[in-house]
Design a protein around this ligand. Sequence first.
Ligand code: 5GP
Ligand code: MN
Length: 334
Amino acid sequence: MTGREEILHLLAKYHRFILGCHLHPDGDAIGSLLALGLALETAGKDVAMVVPGGVPVIYRFLEGTEKILPAPSLTPEVIIALDCADRERLLLPETVFASGAPVINIDHHLSNSMFGDFNHVFPEAAATGEIVHDLLIGGGFALDKRIAEAIYTAVATDTGFFRFSNTSGRVFALAAGLVATYGISPSRIAEEVYEERSYDSLRLLGEVLSTLRLAEDGKVAWMAMSRQLMVLYPVPLEETENFVNSTISIRGVEVGLFFKEVGPEETKVSWRSKIAVDVSRLAAHFGGGGHARAAGCTIKAPLAQAIDQVLLLLREYYAGAGLKNTAEEERERV
Ligand code: 5GP
Ligand code: MN
């Protein structure tokens, strides 16, 4: 692990940075990338903030996202990965790594593979945005309203707008400070992220909800989105990000699953949990990962088969087949 002082030393010493985040960027990925990128730029550094597929539409309200480009505009001295658990999910063109520049890995995923040359990884942080904020304060970087909004969005989205179990006193103090000092508007940010959806995305949610089923005596709830539905209601994938929350909102449900048929032989699974089920460990059985309460994986199988495979694993889990490594045990290990 690389401590804050050493990371700050690297940020001060070098001048050309490429910043990237994880595949299918969410609010924390975009927010932490933008906050660090803008702060480095204000400090006089050359910065390329890179998201190859472009910034998801729902985050484009953030001032500064127009500076995030699909390809790097410089040869880096340092590459910084934000909110990214492993190298394979880092959304940067391979050519970037040809430079041989060292990689700084700044993240909060429990399952982080420590793929960087410098790893600044804190699973106890609610969001990568919280870690970036700590770095910016520690390094004496100048914050402004754009940076404050980016950090707020990162922390707000990763805590489900201050609802999930990672919502700590620290998170509230951080958010309160940003609102009080920079005059950002929590209601506007919540509206931009959650209330700018298309008509089609709500109609799609209706169709997806009609696939909702229970398993394991009501401890598991799952629902699925077929290619057919995605063709019928063509909405960007990020607008379906929150669909999974419906599964976990059911009384008695411990594990909620949302299956998306992203290709003919490819199914993306979103995992959510309440109480003591660590879904990052279950998702790891399919090569995925994430956090104890929110994880994901991609299974190379058609939708129906992927559903069968996951439900079988959950059957084994609930039958006590040696998979009961709970979030509590995980915490004890740290
Ligand atoms: P989501 O279900 O919203 O896509 O992802 C939930 C969490 O799991 C996020 O923190 C995300 O980074 C992580 N995650 C999602 N898919 C994968 C995956 O395929 N591999 C790994 N390692 N993490 C994932
Ligand atoms: Mn995150």
